[in-house]
Design a binder for this molecule. Structure first.
Ligand code: IDP
Ligand code: MG
Length: 156
C-alpha cells in the first residue's frame, strides 16, 4: 500500500471517557471510519509522563489541573494509521472546547466541558510521532497487513 496510507496519529481516551464507559464507542468511530489499529493499552499514567505529554502547555494556567485530571484514573492510549490520520483524527474528535465542537464529532456528541473533553488526538504529524514514541515502545507498534485495505483505499 502507498506510504500515505501509513500516517499515524496518537489518540487517547482520557480518564473521564473511561469512567463514563465511552471507550468502546470511541474506538468504534475510528475503526468504522477505516483506520487501522496499530497499538493500544490500558494504563494509569503518572504525572511525570503526562507532564511530558503536555509539555507544550506547561506555561498555561490550566496546566496543573490538566495533569491532575489526566492522572485521576486510567486512560486508553492508542495509535491509529491511515491516509491523513492526524487531520482526519482531529475532525473525528471535534474542537477542543465541546461548546464549539460540531455535532457528529466525539466531543460534540459526548461531552460538555473543555476541562473534561474525554479524548486526546495529535494536532500534527510531528507531535504524533513525539507522542507515539512517548507512550509506546517500538515493539508495541504492530505492523500488520489488512486485506480490507484494498476496499478502503480502492487499489484493487
Ligand atoms: P487539544 O486537546 O484539542 O489538542 P490543547 O489546546 O492541546 O487541545 O489542550 C490540551 C487539553 O487541555 C485539552 O484537550 C483540554 O482537556 C485542556 N484544556 C485546554 N484549554 C483549557 C482551558 O481553557 N481550561 C481547562 N482545560 C483546558
Ligand atoms: Mg493538543
Amino acid at each position: 500500500m502507498a506510504d500515505a496510507y501509513a500516517e499515524r496519529t496518537f489518540i487517547m481516551v482520557k480518564p473521564d471517557g473511561v469512567q463514563r464507559g465511552l471507550v468502546g464507542k470511541i474506538i468504534k468511530r475510528f475503526e468504522q471510519k477505516g483506520f487501522k489499529l496499530v497499538a493500544m493499552k490500558f494504563m494509569w499514567a503518572s504525572e511525570e509522563l503526562l507532564s511530558k505529554h503536555y509539555s507544550d502547555l506547561s506555561s498555561r494556567p490550566f496546566f496543573p489541573g490538566l495533569v491532575k485530571y489526566m492522572a485521576s484514573g486510567p486512560v486508553v492510549p492508542m495509535v491509529w494509521e491511515g491516509l491523513d490520520a492526524v487531520k482526519t483524527g482531529r475532525f473525528i474528535l471535534g474542537a477542543t472546547n465541546p461548546k464549539d465542537s460540531n455535532p457528529g464529532t466525539i466531543r460534540g456528541d459526548l461531552c460538555i466541558q473543555v476541562g473534561r473533553n474525554i479524548i486526546h488526538g495529535s494536532d500534527a504529524v510531528e507531535s504524533a510521532n513525539k507522542e507515539i514514541n512517548l507512550w509506546f515502545t517500538e515493539k508495541e507498534l504492530v505492523s500488520w497487513p489488512r486485506t480490507v485495505d484494498s476496499w478502503v483505499y480502492g487499489e484493487n
